[in-house]
Design a protein around this ligand. Structure first.
Ligand code: ADP
Ligand code: MG
Length: 314
């Protein structure tokens, strides 16, 4: 289990005072170390509940969970965890530097190490020039960056980020993605929740899709999105040839003087290429197709359209 940063076994949460619905329903999760794991799902799917259980902030109704090879209830595992909540509270009268120093003190980091650590983190999140500015003057993107720096103050091995990118502009999102990639390059594991699919697609190695408390799918992103479909383009084919080829492919379309064939399986591609040649055509390209994360996600949650902010019926 040492190679797993997170493992859960039938982890289940029913909130007391709720309506008896399972906020989390028998979650079985395995997150390898040194990965960027994207935990996806519409609003109210149970993502924040999962983070709270993994941080031992709330107790499960049933099931078990481990982080860094230890049961989440073991207190000494805390020192190796970092956390940025969804709507963090920032003490706005502190400067960036004072804010980080304050968290360094909470973790009992000796003064000299603290100074170095704060310096290093301000550099990582690109806020060295704003170090003396009070947080009240920070933009949302800058606050998210200082929030990530705070989550890293104790040099954690595993970092939980709850919707770190939501609500940021494209530039702000890119900056956060770059920081997360750098943190991973230092050997750390990042578990982050999001309902913004695009950022997950650009950044994650592994994803899990949660819907109504249940994990619908999990795995390596490139393997999940891989399809067997192949797209072949050709030119110089006449009507008779096209009629013959049409029966062998899933779809055929014309683009200027080229014909594009969608072929369902790689195995059929050779046959189609052979037929193109046989009818005097010229093959131009063969490209394996990849599904978009959005299409994959919609299929997984069984919807036709994604409205991330709709509330779940209870
Ligand atoms: N403290 C609570 N008491 C009762 N119900 C809660 C509580 N926290 C969350 N829930 C419910 O649990 C479900 C999952 O919520 P949450 O984990 O916050 O989802 P997400 O982070 O994916 O949006 C929702 O239906 C939510 O209303
Ligand atoms: Mg949430």
């Amino acid at each position: 289990m040492t190679s797993l940063a997170i493992k859960t076994e039938n982890l289940t949460k029913v909130y007391r005072g709720g309506r008896g619905t399972k906020a989390l329903d028998n979650l079985n999760l395995e997150v390898p170390v040194n990965q960027i794991y994207g935990f996806l799902g519409p609003n109210a799917a149970g993502k924040t509940t999962t983070i709270k259980l993994l941080l031992n902030l709330i107790a499960p109704t049933s099931g078990r969970a481990w982080v860094l090879g230890k049961e989440v209830s073991e207190t000494d595992v805390r020192k190796d965890l970092g956390f940025l909540p969804e709507n963090p509270y920032f003490y706005e009268d502190l400067s960036a530097e004072e804010f980080l120093d304050f968290f360094g003190k909470i973790f009992h980091i000796p003064r000299r190490d603290r100074v170095n650590k704060v310096e290093q983190l301000l550099t990582l999140v690109g806020l060295t020039e704003e170090r003396k500015q009070i947080l009240r003057r920070f933009s949302r993107g800058m606050l998210q960056r200082i929030g990530i720096a705070q989550a890293l103050i104790n040099d954690p091995k595993l970092i939980f980020l709850d919707e770190p990118i939501t609500g940021l502009d494209p530039m702000g999102r890119k900056e956060i993605r770059n920081i997360i990639s750098k943190v991973r390059a230092e050997g750390k594991t990042i578990f982050f929740c999001s309902h913004v699919l695009h950022d997950v697609e650009l950044m994650c190695d592994h994803i899990g899709i949660l819907c109504e408390g249940r994990l619908i799918t999990t795995g390596k992103l490139d393997e999940l999105l891989a399809t067997k479909e192949v797209e072949i383009s050709a030119e110089g084919l006449r009507g008779e040839a096209l009629a013959k080829l049409e029966g062998r492919v899933k779809k055929l379309r014309k683009e200027e003087n080229r014909i594009i064939f969608d072929v369902e399986e790689e195995a059929l591609a050779d046959e189609v290429v052979g037929l193109i040649k046989h009818y005097g055509g010229k093959r131009l390209s063969i490209v394996p197709k990849k599904e978009s994360l959005e299409d994959f996600f919609l299929k997984a949650i069984g919807r036709e359209e994604y409205k991330p902010d709709e509330r779940r019926e209870k």
